[in-house]
Design a protein around this ligand. Structure first.
Ligand code: E4P
Length: 222
């Protein structure tokens, strides 16, 4: 399973890279807006830090505009995957960009039918948003189950990238289902490490060690 960070924040990306577990980054216009920096410069910096795919989203919603933006975005770095919204012109753009060797991450997927069309258009990644479905009393993870099964049935090459992740159980379920990638906010990535028994166990090991060292010292003196 590949782990991506869903952020445009340089400090968060650097921290995750330092743990040795980061496979890529996904951004979106809302995440980029939070950083208040020039889009291209920010992407350049992210790509220089991350050894893996970095998704950058187009703003246009028409075919020509998306293709134009995509061509510019991929000039930034070989790491760039162009994020395209799941609309009619988006599918058209995905198909066309593939013929130019440009890889697309089709975003804002909320149904298995949308995922089928994205795969048929030649998407490199499909991004189903699990958290936003859960938010409206739908079952986000059952969408992942459906897409993974359908793609398997027809040997679609499109990779399933679980997005809009809100908590560690989304990550566990994605792993059990066999999704290719999970992208998550830094907060969730940190939650994946934490276990109270690890903290308690480590504290006890260190206390026992300290106590034994002190006793050995005393024995030497007497
Ligand atoms: C996906 O690539 C999106 O950037 C992201 O996962 C959306 O998550 P949100 O629903 O928490 O905004």
């Amino acid at each position: 399973m590949k782990i991506f960070l869903d952020t445009a924040n340089i400090d968060e990306i650097k921290e995750a890279v330092s743990w040795g577990i980061l496979d890529g980054v996904t951004t979106n216009p809302s995440l980029v807006a939070k950083e208040k920096r020039d889009f291209k410069e920010l992407l350049q910096e992210i790509c220089s830090i991350v050894d893996g795919d970095v998704s950058a989203e187009v703003i246009s919603t028409d075919f020509e505009g998306m293709v134009k933006e995509a061509r510019e975005l991929v000039k930034i770095s070989d790491n760039i995957i162009v994020k395209i919204p799941l609309i009619k012109d988006g599918l058209k753009a995905v198909k066309f960009l593939k013929s130019e060797g440009i890889r697309a991450n089709v975003t804002l997927c909320f149904s298995p039918t949308q995922a089928i069309l994205a795969a048929k258009a030649g998407a490199y990644y499909i991004s189903p948003f699990v958290g936003r479905l859960d938010d409206i009393s739908s079952d986000g993870m059952s969408l992942i189950r459906q897409i993974v099964q359908i793609y398997k049935n027809y040997n679609f090459e499109t990779k399933v990238l679980v997005a809009s992740v809100r908590h560690p159980m989304h990550v566990v379920e994605a792993g059990l289902i066999g999704a290719d990638v999970v992208t998550m906010p830094f907060k969730v990535l940190e939650q994946l490490i934490k276990h109270p028994l690890t903290d308690i166990g480590l504290e006890r090991f260190l206390q026992d060690w300290k106590k034994a060292q002190a006793e050995l010292k005393l024995e030497k003196v007497s």
